[in-house]
Design a binder for this molecule. Structure first.
Ligand SMILES: NC(=O)c1ccc[n+]([C@@H]2O[C@H](COP(=O)([O-])OP(=O)(O)OC[C@H]3O[C@@H](n4cnc5c(N)ncnc54)[C@H](O)[C@@H]3O)[C@@H](O)[C@H]2O)c1
Length: 283
């Protein structure tokens, strides 16, 4: 199916970024938030980022205006009824996502594809809340979606070839890099990155190095573009601990469990850039 109209449910950090990428690529987008204020705030952020692109000479004013005109926000889920594809980016809670997918199945056309942006939940379990799991896939964008090229296109147990092919086509039309994979905990990137970052944090205590030294070691000795502590501050300590806990629950591998140092930081509100303090302090 040639997708023209995309619904995005949840316009938080990820949903607003996905909506921006979609309108920039020429899709019509209707974004659903729980309140009009949250929807308007998300639309305002998208206009702001597109305007920054105009200022940097990456877009013309006409292109920005055309992209903004393709975006609508709503609080009514029914407004997504005529979408060809709906991408869900609400809170990372299985029950909330299952309830939403059951609603989406009732109101969307039978041929519409339903995608979840979940990081660590099972796409198959989300799909099982519907009676048409063949049309459900994962489309896992990375944060911030407008800047990060990768989208993991996740095939759940009962996803149809057509649903996967449609998602791959949309990702390509958005100018992103698609990596198709199966529905296993952490998919590809988080399955590798989460235990690796946890190891890095354990090394701070084992080798008695500072976060600065660890970052210097990994950038200068392993060619990482950014040190692990800098990366964790960027991702958010709370987001990383939550993902670690979800992967540990599923895989029971000790390396997946968040190190006590990170749990303590999360509990103390040292969340990284978003709270102004994590491994490092930010203005
Ligand atoms: N933040 C990341 O780094 C990241 C990366 C990849 C994937 N994800 C996944 O993306 C999803 C969203 O994460 P986020 O960081 O954008 O969260 P967020 O808290 O920034 O945004 C979630 C938004 O969804 C809204 N919402 C909740 N229930 C809703 C509903 N029923 N209908 C419409 N809107 C609803 C909330 O008001 C909120 O604005 C999660 O599943 C998360 O695991 C997050």
């Amino acid at each position: 199916m040639a997708v023209e109209r995309i619904g995005v449910v949840g316009l938080g950090a990820m949903g607003a970024g996905i909506a921006q990428v979609a309108v920039e690529a020429g899709f019509d987008v209707v974004g659903r938030e729980v309140t009009a204020e949250l929807g308007e705030a998300a639309a305002g952020r998208i206009v702001h980022f597109l305007t920054r692109k105009v200022e940097k000479g990456q877009r013309t004013e006409d292109e920005r205006d055309a992209a903004v005109a393709r975006l609508a926000t709503t609080t009514e889920l029914d407004a997504l009824a005529d979408c060809d594809l709906v991408i869900e980016a609400i809170v990372e809670e299985l029950d909330a996502k299952r309830e939403l997918f059951a609603q989406l199945e009732r109101l969307c056309r039978p041929d519409a594809i339903l995608a979840t942006n979940t990081s660590a939940l099972s796409v198959t379990e989300i799909a099982a809340a519907t009676s048409s799991p063949e049309r459900v896939v994962g489309m896992h964008y990375f944060n911030p979606a407008p800047l990060m090229p990768l989208v993991e296109v996740v095939r759940a147990e009962l996803s149809s070839d057509e649903a996967v092919a449609t998602a791959l086509d949309v990702v390509e039309r958005m100018g992103k890099v698609a990596v198709p994979c199966h529905d296993t905990p952490g998919f590809v990137v988080n399955r590798v990155l989460i235990p690796l970052l946890n190891d890095c944090v354990r090394v701070i205590d084992e080798a008695r190095v500072t976060p600065e030294s660890l970052d210097a070691a990994m950038t200068n000795g392993a060619g990482w573009p950014m040190g692990p502590c800098t990366l964790l501050d960027l991702v958010g300590i709370d987001v990383h601990v939550h993902a670690s806990e979800a992967l540990y629950e599923k895989l029971r591998e000790p390396r997946m469990a968040a190190p006590p140092r990170l749990v303590a930081m999360r509990n103390a509100g040292l969340l990284g850039r978003k709270s102004g303090r994590g491994f490092y302090a930010y203005d």
